[in-house]
Design a protein around this ligand. Structure first.
Ligand code: GLA
Length: 412
């Protein structure tokens, strides 16, 4: 319920829907005029995301219901469940941790939800060998109606650095006519001058073609409205998993080390899809070189969810150092083949069946620009079966809504 109210708030800000707003309403949402709006970035972007960031964020499961107990529990679970060993690092508190600003304009955390303060919580997360992230917004208010950072960027960035923040997700609600590139550049500059290395996660929902300007500014940028926990569909400005996938197909050329397209956080384990569908979601996000930000309750994770989220072979594709996002190299009706080159001449391929019945699918070496006579070892990354010395073509039966995901290693 709360979440849907907040989502409605966002809705009036997306293009298309914005026409419904009167000029008076727009003015009410406008960020204060900011003298820094023309600032240029002097310091280069720090290399904090050579591979896509991995972690956990509170929003998909808990929305506004965040507290220090919840965050501690998630950090404990990340360390104990095998998620940390699998590579997940960032524990990010999304919206609703903020309450107000004090007389000096400093951001104040909600004292009822975070009685020990943010610094103590960051210290706790760090004590688990994990990294700590927070959320803010380039408008006067966040999407959840809490104080945003407009006009307070440098003050907030210094505060984050004092608290020990390692990652900032920076949203786009209540920004009125603000220019997105300028607004995110200000926060990028503030973070770079804060004295601490802080990943900048740009979240303007792909409204202003961030793929064209965000690479020097942030480490990752959202490319769409919000994901919701469904195989496919569209609800206001949220999209099901398969719909989000379709919106990534043309963006591959913009992604790479330290500059990632972000198709939004994972829904694996939240209950709205089948196990097969969650395998597809996770496989496809890995093919997209997407940030792998889990969005489930880590403290109550079942074995199947853990199996999916900690599949080391799939994670290795996501984290491949070449950092090349997959392309959809073939599509016919409900059947698609996605492929990405990996470092050292290997390839990852997903055979994806959106249809209602199982389907025979294959990939040919010619589609990967490999000689047809080349021998390769092919590992199925879910069944773990290894086929040795395969020549020219590989395939199998793909379950409805399922994938076959393989790693192809030429035998030289
Ligand atoms: C927007 C973002 C979400 C989440 C919420 C918080 O919808 O896109 O990911 O951060 O705001 O209010």
């Amino acid at each position: 319920m709360l979440a849907s109210i907040f989502r409605r708030t966002i809705g009036i800000l997306v293009p298309g829907a914005a026409v419904a707003m009167s000029a008076v309403m727009l003015a009410a949402f406008a960020a204060p005029a900011c003298a820094h709006e023309t600032l240029k970035l002097d310091a280069p972007k720090p290399l904090l995301a050579p591979t896509p960031p991995m972690g956990w964020n509170s929003w998909n499961k808990f929305a506004c219901n965040v507290s220090e107990q919840l965050i501690r529990m998630q950090a404990d679970a990340m360390a104990a469940s095998g998620m940390k060993d699998a590579g997940y690092r960032y524990i990010v508190i999304d919206d609703c941790w903020q309450k107000s600003r004090d007389a000096d304009g400093n951001i104040v955390a909600d004292p009822e939800r975070f009685p020990s303060g943010i610094k103590a919580l960051a210290d706790y997360v760090h004590s688990k060998g994990l990294k700590f992230g927070l959320y803010s917004d380039a408008g006067a208010l966040t999407c959840g109606g809490r104080p945003g950072s407009a006009g307070h960027e440098f003050q907030d960035a210094r505060q984050y650095a004092r608290w020990g923040v390692d990652y900032l997700k920076y949203d786009w609600c209540h920004t009125g006519p603000r220019n997105a590139e300028a607004a995110y550049t200000i926060m990028a500059k503030a973070l770079r001058e804060s004295g601490r290395d802080i990943v900048l996660s740009i979240c303007e929902w792909g409204n202003n073609q961030p793929e064209r300007w965000a690479a020097p500014v942030g480490h990752l940028w959202r490319t769409t409205g919000d994901i919701y926990d469904a195989w496919e569909g569209k609800k206001d400005w949220s999209h099901g998993m398969a719909n989000i996938l379709d919106m990534q197909a043309e963006l591959w050329r913009y992604s790479g080390p330290n500059q990632w397209n972000d198709p939004d956080m994972l829904e694996v384990g939240n209950g709205g899809m089948t196990s097969t569908e969650y395998e597809s979601h996770f496989s496809l996000w890995a093919m997209l070189a997407a940030p792998l930000i889990a969005g489930n309750d880590l403290s109550a994770m079942d074995a199947d969810t853990r199996r999916i989220l900690t599949n080391a072979d799939v994670i290795a594709v996501d984290q491949d150092p070449l950092g090349q996002q997959a392309r959809r190299i073939w599509k016919q009706g409900d059947l698609e083949v996605w492929a990405r080159p990996l470092k050292g001449g290997e390839h990852a391929v997903v055979l994806f069946n959106r249809g209602k019945a199982p389907a025979e699918m294959k990939v040919g070496w010619d589609q990967l620009n490999l000689p047809a006579g080349l021998k390769a070892d092919v590992k199925d990354l879910w069944s773990k079966k290894l086929a040795k010395n395969v020549r020219g073509i590989y395939g199998g039966t793909v379950a409805s809504h399922g994938v076959i995901m393989v790693r192809i290693t030429p035998v030289l």
